[in-house]
Design a binder for this molecule. Sequence first.
Ligand SMILES: NC(=O)c1ccc[n+]([C@@H]2O[C@H](COP(=O)([O-])OP(=O)(O)OC[C@H]3O[C@@H](n4cnc5c(N)ncnc54)[C@H](O)[C@@H]3O)[C@@H](O)[C@H]2O)c1
Length: 346
Amino acid sequence: MPTFTALQLIDLTARLFEAAGAPPAVARQVGASLVEANLTGHESHGVIRAVQYVRAIERGQINPRAELEVLRETPTTALLDAHWGFGQIAARRGMELAIAKARQHHLAAVGLRNSAHIGRLGEYVLMAAEQGLIGFMTCNSSLLVAPHGGVDRVFGTNPVAFAIPGGRQPFLTDFATSACAEGKLRVAQARDRSVPAGWILDRDRRPTTNPSDFYDGGVILPLGGHKGYGLLLMADLLGGALTGHGCTALPEHTSGNGVFMMAIDVEAFCPLAELASAIDRLFEHIKAGNRAPDCEEILIPGEPEMRSKAQRERDGIELPETTWRELVEAARQFGLREGLDHAAMT
Ligand SMILES: NC(=O)c1ccc[n+]([C@@H]2O[C@H](COP(=O)([O-])OP(=O)(O)OC[C@H]3O[C@@H](n4cnc5c(N)ncnc54)[C@H](O)[C@@H]3O)[C@@H](O)[C@H]2O)c1
């Protein structure tokens, strides 16, 4: 597989978005967010999405020059309309605003409507943790997932993410509340692999482990039965109903992510150093515990992403040949030539 540095992929995707009509700073930030997903091991939300975003611009589903509008605001809250701009830009601005408000008033919540796909949520909640605040975020998304006990598509894969600042490392948990993110089915299908039982039903609503059955009219199940169902619904209500973006199954929902985010000032509860110390000691305690027979190491949520990032910053990011070819074809379509020979880039 061709291997690239993060900078090479940021440059290429930024040029692509700029050629498709995005202002340079916007193009670069969206490219950087996608590459961050590749670095942290979430390929499904990385540069594989770049061509998809360009096609969405061409169809008018993403407005690369959209201005964010503040629809409602109080000292501790805001409701933003992204006007179908890039989700990565809107989500970062939303979290920046939540952080600024929480710095002043200790607690803030921001809602975001009419946002295109925001990608990997972990990036935004970590913005809060890096500044000594707790970050929370959830969103709804497009129609893929059944309610517990149901067989119809009612929800998106509706991720939730929390980040809490620690001493040696932050706590980061960030996952879809469906049995799997849709990207994992796409990857399994591309590799001709089966998926674990309990992830999907086929078009006749029978359990299946063949990922292609999902794309042939199947449905994804909630994570952990009724418990994930509760989280899916929470994300849809906060991200969809509260913000006015629309609940996924209702006619007012068109596409993209309706987003709800919060920032909480740790110092309103305890000194940051005290929390960091408790977190460090707890993580040590967890990691020193007895392991299940098939477990090599007990990890802390957020650790897989940090390790992947360190490794890929050092060794480069491998891209499947098909992803690279799609990027090159899209770049050529815009008359971009320079830097498209991956042999020269590795
Ligand atoms: N924007 C959208 O519409 C949308 C929709 C769904 C998912 N997503 C994003 O997709 C990404 C992937 O979601 P996913 O559900 O496939 O995530 P996942 O199943 O890969 O789980 C990721 C989480 O689990 C933790 N983790 C993984 N292995 C671990 C281990 N062995 N021990 C402890 N913790 C461990 C990670 O640190 C991370 O917090 C997320 O970043 C999410 O935000 C976005």
